[in-house]
Design a binder for this molecule. Structure first.
Ligand SMILES: NC(=O)c1ccc[n+]([C@@H]2O[C@H](COP(=O)([O-])OP(=O)(O)OC[C@H]3O[C@@H](n4cnc5c(N)ncnc54)[C@H](OP(=O)(O)O)[C@@H]3O)[C@@H](O)[C@H]2O)c1
Length: 328
């Protein structure tokens, strides 16, 4: 079968290859999936860069989410049949014609949901859902601010937050030319970082922001604290620039501000509480299936294009959510 392989750490596509690899066979508790579409994520770029905790070894096949049909069942799996339409979290290896997933994090895809949209659901949609509901415990009427608001997760968060009755919805982006993408995603106000984010946020949410979602490590934490309303939840869920994050703020700052600082990692949840991920994925797919949420995706033609999309994401030039057609 064909798969994308990263032969070593790199800041560009120079170590990305597409070629034949051995077909993986499902072990006990696993399912193998004929991949129709695989979601492309910034976390693939972090793996390609060699950030700690992403690529476990080289060569490494990236790809953390897929949709397709069940090909084979490992020992002890009786919840699926061969041929079922499914979406799944993959620990790696999604950018391949056949991928493996733990059956615990595989979910049937409702008939009303296309496999290309389903491929964006495990990472982008479930992350958005868990960030808002579990980590931030959002309530209707609360204001939200998210950094990197025009990407795959950003689109899903904007749409879900609106569906939850939250608002105003404030986004920041890294470049002025991405403001329009952020507005298209569904954010009410989008500001390029470097412009006056504080003024824009104060105008839209004069009492401060209730929920702040930040995947930029500690680079914008001072800004987050400045904008936080009393009772705010700041969720840190990434380290986009890589490198060593700065120390967290002193306790007095959190106590004095009545602010909660929360960490979130979907990879760690996959290890500790996979049922939570499966429930979020099923919930997200059902919401898309019943028309409660639209999840736009950009389909990339083939595995040969994945390196190019990784380059777009790596340089902050991507827009929205990308999925690659594999065996569609
Ligand atoms: N913790 C979790 O479980 C979890 C799950 C999914 C995603 N994430 C994180 O959520 C973020 C969004 O993920 P996504 O897949 O939807 O990606 P994305 O937003 O489509 O692309 C990543 C974005 O990160 C921003 N960025 C900030 N600093 C950067 C830097 N130094 N180099 C390159 N990009 C930088 C860029 O947007 P701007 O320049 O507009 O900010 C870039 O477009 C990522 O940081 C990802 O790691 C975390």
């Amino acid at each position: 079968m064909r798969a994308v392989q990263l032969t070593g750490p790199s800041h560009d596509a120079s170590t990305t290859r597409v070629g034949p690899v051995e077909e993986p066979r499902p072990g006990p508790g696993e399912v193998s999936i004929e991949v129709a579409y695989a979601g492309i994520n910034f976390m693939d770029v972090m793996a390609r860069r060699g950030d700690a905790g992403y690529a476990s070894r080289w060569p490494y096949t990236p790809g953390l989410e897929v949709a397709g049909r069940v090909r084979a069942l490992g020992a002890g799996v009786d919840t699926f049949s061969v041929g079922d339409r499914v979406a799944a979290f993959t620990r790696s290896g999604g950018m391949a014609e056949i991928a493996l997933a733990s059956a615990e994090v595989v979910t049937p895809v409702p008939g009303a949901v296309s496999l290309q949209v389903a491929a964006a659901a495990p990472l982008a949609l479930s992350t958005a859902l868990l960030l808002l509901r579990d980590a931030a415990r959002i309530r209707p009427g609360e204001s939200v601010l998210m950094h990197s608001a025009s990407g795959g997760v950003g689109h899903a968060v904007a749409r879900l937050a609106a569906a939850e009755g939250a608002g105003p919805l404030l986004g920041t982006v890294g470049r002025p030319e991405k403001v329009a993408d952020g507005l298209d995603a569904g954010w009410d106000v989008v500001t390029a970082r470097g412009d006056d984010v504080v003024a824009a946020a104060r105008a839209a949410a004069p009492g401060g922001v209730d929920v702040i979602l930040d995947p930029t490590g500690t680079a914008n934490l001072e800004l987050d604290l400045e904008l936080a309303a009393p009772g705010a939840r700041i969720v840190l869920f990434g380290n986009a620039a890589g490198g060593t994050p700065a120390p967290l703020p002193p306790l007095a700052r959190l106590i004095g501000g009545n602010v909660a600082l929360i960490g979130f990692s979907i990879s760690r949840l996959q290890e500790s509480t996979p049922h939570k991920l499966a429930a979020a994925l099923a919930d997200g797919l059902a919401t898309v299936g019943n028309g409660g949420l639209e999840l736009p995706v950009t389909v990339v033609d083939s595995l040969d294009q994945v390196g190019r999309v990784h380059d777009l994401l790596a340089t902050g030039r991507g827009s929205g959510k990308y999925v690659v057609a594999v065996g569609a």
